[in-house]
Structure formats: structure tokens, C-alpha cells
Write a protein that binds this ligand. Structure first.
Ligand SMILES: Nc1ncnc2c1ncn2[C@@H]1O[C@H](COP(=O)(O)OP(=O)(O)O)[C@@H](O)[C@H]1O
Ligand SMILES: [Mg+2]
Length: 267
């Protein structure tokens, strides 16, 4: 159990009469690239929101093993505290500051992590100058890592979809997380951008040692990237396994992937 990162047991989340998550149990090991797939409305984003303290499930437990090896209970914690534990995420719909530059977007992530805050950064108080230098250096490093150095001064709103996705990953990494949760990172990107994103996500794990939890609709991408997958349908886990096992699982093929694996791969 020492290499467990997330341990989710029997989580149920309801909104009035709607059951978004129904008795969900899953686990992620440290260092793993894990994916959650399933049709629209299956509960994937609800799961991410529950793992990050945004939603509070009525039943079950979510444990996260933090930097120091201490087990932390997520349910009942506020989202900013969960983020401080080392859980970073990107959103299905982009949430960057469109009017700011690429550089500023990442720097705000680095600063909020250090507790300087946007206001402190703007006031340039003498106590924060060293911190600010560190945030600048970290931002430069991260932009280089995600391949956005040349777009540092571009206004975020005018970036391509692929570049916006890179920017969101850089912002997530600016908080020095243990795990990065990516909600449909390839949405809206073209095939060559998808390939580049897959390579970037793999490098986040390989070079930065950050575990990856991924929601993705593109079957080719998710099957090439994930080491293990969970399949959600109507809020419940219907299958778990390696890409090969998931592809061959009749329950998955029936419920989600369509009649043949080839169909699913062309989606
Ligand atoms: N804040 C909310 N209020 C009410 N219902 C919600 C809320 N968030 C999610 N749901 C419901 O939970 C179900 C799962 O949604 P979601 O987690 O977004 O699915 P997915 O990401 O797999 O498409 C849907 O029926 C959705 O309407
Ligand atoms: Mg979703």
C-alpha cells in the first residue's frame, strides 16, 4: 500500500434525485498514468470534482497520500486545501485569464502556490521580490518544458487550442503537484496537436515525476497514453484494466465503445 496515491472507496454523490457517482471505488498508484473514460454524463467530471474538494460526496471515502507519505482524507476539505496537498487539475472548459499573457498566466499559478497572491505580486512589496524572482524563474522553466517559450508574451485568448492546453498544463505544474488531473486535455485540438499533447503528458510523468489522472474522449490517445483505465457508465465503474483488457472487455464494448473495437478507435 506504500505506493498508493489515491484510494477511493464506495463513493456516492447525489444532486437531488440525480446520482452522479454510484458506489465508485478505484485507486491510483504513485507514478501511474491512469485514465477514466465513459460516455457523456457518466460522472467523469463529477469524480474529478470529488477528488479535488469541489464536490462533497454524501457517502464513501477518498484518501490521498501526500508528499510526506501521510494519508489525507479529501471529503470535507475545501478545494484550496486539496490543491495545497499536491492535487492540481485542468478544467474541461478553459479557465485561464484570457486578457493576460501566457507568461502571466503561469506566473500567477506559481505565485498563488507560494502564497504571495495576485495583490501582493502587483504591489511589489520588498518582502516579495525574492519570491517574485523565483516565480519568474519557475515560469520560464515551465514555459520551456511545455514548449511555449516563444509565445510567452502572447495574450492567452489568441493562442491556438493546442497551445491553450499546454498553457493549462504549465499552470497546473506551477503549483508543484504530486498529481495532475486532466479533464479532456485534447478537446478541440487537431491530430498533430493531439500527438504532441500525448508526448507532453508522458514527459510530465517521466521527467517531472508527476502522476497523471486523465479523462479523455479520444480513444486512440487515451489507449496509447494510459497504463490502466476505469470505465464509468451511469455513475458506476463497469470495468477496470489495461488498454488491452478494456478493448477486449465485452461489457465495455456493449456499453460504451460500440459494436466493434475498430468502430471505437475511429471515434
Ligand atoms: N453541480 C451539479 N448539479 C447537478 N447535477 C450535476 C452537477 N454536476 C454533475 N451533475 C450531473 O451528474 C451527472 C454526471 O455528470 P458529469 O460528471 O459532468 O459527467 P461526464 O463528465 O462524464 O460527462 C450528469 O447527470 C450531470 O447532470
Ligand atoms: Mg465531463
Amino acid at each position: 500500500m506504500s505506493d498508493t496515491l489515491f484510494d477511493v472507496q464506495n463513493v456516492t454523490l447525489r444532486f437531488g434525485g440525480v446520482v452522479s457517482l454510484n458506489d465508485v471505488s478505484l485507486h491510483q498508484d504513485r507514478g501511474e498514468i491512469l485514465a477514466v473514460i465513459g460516455p457523456n454524463g457518466a460522472g467523469k467530471t463529477s469524480l474529478f470534482n470529488s477528488l479535488t474538494g469541489v464536490y462533497q460526496p454524501q457517502e464513501g471515502t477518498i484518501n490521498f497520500v501526500g508528499r510526506n507519505g501521510k494519508t489525507l482524507s479529501i471529503i470535507g476539505r475545501k478545494a484550496y486545501r486539496v490543491a495545497n496537498y499536491g492535487v492540481a487539475r485542468t478544467f474541461q472548459a478553459s479557465r485561464m485569464f484570457s486578457a493576460l499573457s501566457t507568461f502571466e498566466n503561469v506566473k500567477i499559478g506559481a505565485e498563488s502556490h507560494r502564497g504571495i497572491g495576485v495583490v501582493g505580486a502587483m504591489l511589489h512589496g520588498p518582502g516579495t521580490r525574492r519570491d517574485e524572482k523565483r516565480s519568474d524563474e519557475r515560469t520560464v522553466e515551465l514555459l520551456k518544458f511545455v514548449g511555449l517559450t516563444e509565445k510567452a508574451n502572447t495574450i492567452a485568448a489568441s493562442l491556438s487550442y493546442g497551445d491553450r492546453r499546454r498553457l493549462e498544463i504549465a499552470r497546473g505544474l506551477a503549483t508543484d503537484p504530486q498529481v495532475l488531473l486532466l479533464d479532456e486535455p485534447a478537446a478541440g485540438t487537431n491530430p498533430s496537436e493531439k500527438l504532441e499533447l500525448a508526448n507532453l503528458i508522458r514527459r510530465v510523468r517521466d521527467d517531472m515525476g508527476v502522476s497523471i489522472l486523465l479523462i479523455e474522449h479520444d480513444m486512440k490517445l487515451v489507449m496509447s497514453l494510459a497504463e490502466r483505465l476505469y470505465v464509468l457508465n451511469f455513475g458506476g465503474v463497469i470495468a477496470e484494466g489495461t488498454p488491452e483488457e478494456i478493448r477486449a472487455n465485452p461489457v465495455v464494448i456493449e456499453a460504451y465503445l460500440g459494436s466493434t473495437t475498430e468502430d471505437a478507435e475511429s471515434k
